[in-house]
Design a binder for this molecule. Structure first.
Ligand code: PLP
Length: 422
């Protein structure tokens, strides 16, 4: 029996309706931008395994560093104890984060980094003797699958069954350059009518909303209005962090910096799960007290695991190398060139790019929309490309080390898709 056959016996995959999609492709090896399958096929990883393997799979530097750490210190309790990898990581990360970020709180994945951020923002006000119980979020945002994170995500088939159990959230549209003043007014009205604790947003690019991009100036207006009203701002950079937008963080494209930031995915360079919620000194100070009850009593058993911290530190070192920055620039330019080639294609409704993220909305009739995603997915898989189109949007967010040849293959297949498939 193949791995794919054995898989079906006991495994329940994420985000999968198994009756409709029973098959899983078995990947036995990965290197750079390539996934090697059990049946001998070689897939180009066009989405860096959900934006995690930014510097390429099994990068030799990260592998070497992690191997050394595995033999030195595996796991230790992070309540009351500390260790070299976490201390070094804290210094390296603070160095590249927006300059108002000063404290790091660890958890295990993007969703928990958001839970921590939400709890921080609620308790920040609570500790200061203010009860604020409403959160603001973007309509089509995605922040994860735990309850707090689901609450602030836009409503969809994913979180619909749990809606009755959500936190109080007011949703606003993203600013698109045309509606900036209207959205700002909406936000200000919500702040005036409610006790708003925080505003959470994915800065500039909303990954799960099919790589929707919004207006930096408009977002800046919203953050500024929050600051003026004492509303904590939370930048969810789980997807956008660590180079995707061309800068180390999307928040660095903005004038107004967030009070809290969420990081995961590429944080550990696709090696092992870990997440960090960072905050300003001012947020931290609201918890710093002689009163034990004012502390942040949230913790995960594997918080700041030394192996994960080592992978993260190695990743940040790689990100800052000239070689990796050149790779990012090369991919950005390559997408721009491809965009010139296809943006006017009749089957292209519109295109957009932010850093290494490039998305194409296909111009397809609604009645064909239903099974379009499956059709696109199998077209790419048949051509040995691992891409996960969202609705009628095809996007690329490959590892920065993807070669020009590999990029060209993705572009060529997208062009064939436009000519023959949609
Ligand atoms: C993926 C993602 C999350 C959730 O992260 P998980 O590690 O899957 O829990 C949260 N926010 C954003 C913006 C994401 O892209």
């Amino acid at each position: 029996m193949t791995l794919s056959e054995r898989d079906k016996k006991h495994l329940w995959h994420p985000l999968t309706q198994h009756k409709i999609h029973p098959e899983s492709i078995a990947i036995t090896q990965a290197k750079g931008a390539v996934l090697y399958a059990e049946d001998g096929k070689e897939y180009i990883d066009g989405i860096a395994s959900w934006y995690t393997s930014a510097y390429g799979h099994c990068h030799p530097y990260i592998v070497t560093q992690v191997k050394k750490q595995v033999e030195t210190l595996d796991q230790v309790v992070f309540a009351g104890l500390t260790h070299p990898p976490v201390v070094k990581l804290s210094e390296a990360l603070i160095d590249i984060l927006p300059k108002n970020q000063n404290k790091l709180f660890f958890s295990d994945n993007g969703s928990t980094s958001v839970e921590v951020a939400i709890k921080m923002s609620l308790q920040y006000h609570f500790n200061r003797g203010e009860k604020r119980n409403v959160l603001i979020a973007f309509e089509e945002g995605f922040h994860g699958d735990t309850f707090g994170a689901m609450s602030v995500s836009g409503l969809s088939v994913y979180n619909g069954p749990f809606e009755d159990f959500f936190l109080s959230v007011e949703r606003i549209p993203v600013p698109n350059g045309q509606n900036n003043q209207e959205v700002l007014k909406q936000l200000q009205a919500i702040i005036a009518e409610n006790k708003v604790a925080s505003f959470i947003y994915e800065p500039l690019v909303q990954g799960a909303a099919a790589m929707k991009m919004h207006d930096a100036e408009g977002l800046d207006l919203l953050i500024e209005a929050c600051k003026n009203a004492g509303v904590i701002t939370i930048a969810d950079e789980v997807m956008t962090g660590f180079g995707k937008t061309g800068k180390h963080f999307a928040s660095l494209h903005l004038q107004h910096l967030p009070d809290i930031m969420c990081m995961s995915k590429a944080l550990t360079a696709g090696m092992v799960p870990m997440a960090i919620t960072s905050c300003t000194e001012a947020v931290y100070q609201a918890f710093y007290s002689d009163d034990i009850g004012k502390g942040l009593f949230h913790g995960h058993t594997y918080s700041a695991n030394p192996i994960a911290c080592t992978a993260a530190l190695a990743g940040i070192e790689l990100l800052q190398t000239e070689e990796m920055q050149n790779n990012i620039e090369r991919v950005v330019k390559s997408h721009q060139k491809f965009n010139e080639r296809i943006k006017n294609h009749p089957k292209v409704a519109c295109t957009r790019q932010c850093g290494i993220i490039y998305a194409i909305d296909l111009n397809v009739e609604m009645e064909r929309y239903g099974n379009l995603r499956d059709k696109l997915l199998s077209f790419f898989l048949d051509n040995e490309l691992f891409m996960r189109p969202l609705g009628s949007t095809v996007y690329i967010a490959a590892p920065y080390v993807i070669t020009d040849e590999q990029l060209q293959k993705i572009y060529d297949k997208i062009e064939i898709l436009l000519q023959k498939i949609v």
